[in-house]
Design a protein. Structure first.
Length: 276
C-alpha cells in the first residue's frame, strides 16, 4: 500500500520530550547498543531532493539485535547544531519548521530479535514552496528501559536520531572560507577553517589537501565531515588522513596547508599557515 493512503499515517507530533541527545556521535550512529535497546539503523542520515506539491517517499531500515522482542517509538523532532558540534533535539515546533510536511508510518513498533523492519515516511512540501531546505530528525526510541548499573537502580532509555535534509527547488549551499585558526580538538592543537554558508541549504567540505609542519614532515589531510548550515559560520577541523596500522602523526606547528577543498562541484582554494 502506498504510504500516502495508509490509515496508520500520523503527522509530526508536538508532544514535549523530557530529555535530549546532545552528541553528534551518540545520536547519529549506524548502531546503538546503549541505554536499553540495541538496533542497527540505515541509512544514518538522508540527503534528498523534494518537489513542491509532490510526496517524496523514503524508507528507513531498523534491525533489532537484542535477545528479546524490542518495542520502539518513532516520532519527528527539530534539531539544533550547537557551536561545539553537539546536537540538541526538541519536539517543540521550531520557527519555520517543516515537520508539518512529514508523514510517518506508525508511532510504535515491535520487532523480533534479529528481524528487520522497513519503516516508511514521506515529505510533501506544499505547492508553491520557495527554494529552501527542510531539516528534521526521525527519532527511534526504545520503550523497554534497562536498569542503570551502579549505586542507583534507575530505569534508563535510549534513542537514535536520524537527520533528514530535504532540498526543495534549487536551494543550494554557497560556502566560503572566512578565517583560519588553531583550536584544541580532543586535547590537541588542530588546524581549523571557519566556513561561512551564504546559501539556502547545508553543505559539507570534502577533498584532500597537503600539510607541511615545522619539522618538514608532510601529511595528506582532510576536513571533518560536518554540515555547515544555511546562514551559519562553523569551524571545520583539518586533520591528517588516518592510515590503517599506523598511529596518528604528531604535528609540529607552525603548519602550512595548501590545496583545494571541495563542496559539490565547487572548489575552495586553501593556502594558509596555522600557528597556535
Amino acid at each position: 500500500m502506498p504510504i500516502a493512503s495508509s490509515k496508520s499515517l500520523i503527522r509530526a507530533s508536538r508532544a514535549r520530550l523530557g530529555w535530549a541527545c546532545t552528541s553528534v556521535l551518540a545520536c547519529l550512529p549506524v548502531v546503538s547498543q546503549a541505554q536499553g535497546f540495541a538496533a542497527y539503523i540505515t541509512p544514518p542520515r538522508f540527503e534528498v531532493r523534494a518537489t513542491p506539491g509532490e510526496p517524496l517517499r523514503q524508507v528507513l531500515e531498523i534491525q533489532h539485535v537484542g535477545q528479546q522482542a524490542g518495542r520502539f517509538r518513532i516520532y519527528t523532532s527539530d534539531w539544533t547544531l550547537n557551536p561545539d558540534n553537539s546536537v540538541t533535539f526538541s519536539t517543540d515546533l521550531a520557527a519555520d519548521s517543516c515537520r508539518p510536511w512529514v508523514a510517518i508510518e506508525k508511532r510504535e513498533l515491535v520487532i523480533e530479535p534479529g528481524a528487520r523492519y522497513r519503516y516508511r515516511f514521506e515529505i510533501t512540501p506544499p505547492p508553491g514552496t520557495t527554494a529552501r531546505e527542510c531539516r528534521f530528525a526521525l527519532m527511534i526510541e526504545g520503550l523497554d528501559a534497562a536498569r542503570a548499573q551502579g549505586s542507583l537502580d534507575l530505569p534508563v532509555g535510549g534513542r537514535i536520531g536520524v537527520v533528514v535534509y530535504a532540498v526543495v527547488g534549487d536551494a543550494a549551499p554557497l560556502l566560503e572560507i572566512a578565517a583560519t585558526r588553531v583550536a584544541m580538538v580532543d586535547g590537541k592543537p588542530t588546524a581549523v577553517v571557519e566556513v561561512r554558508n551564504r546559501g539556502n541549504a547545508h553543505g559539507r567540505l570534502e577533498g584532500f589537501v597537503n600539510g607541511t609542519d615545522a619539522s618538514g614532515a608532510r601529511f595528506e589531510m582532510a576536513p571533518a565531515d560536518l554540515p555547515i548550515l544555511s546562514g551559519e559560520t562553523r569551524g571545520v577541523a583539518i586533520t591528517p588522513v588516518a592510515v590503517e596500522g599506523k598511529p596518528t602523526p604528531e604535528i609540529r606547528f607552525p603548519l602550512t596547508i595548501k590545496g583545494n577543498l571541495e563542496w559539490g562541484k565547487n572548489r575552495l582554494p586553501l593556502d594558509a599557515s596555522f600557528s597556535p
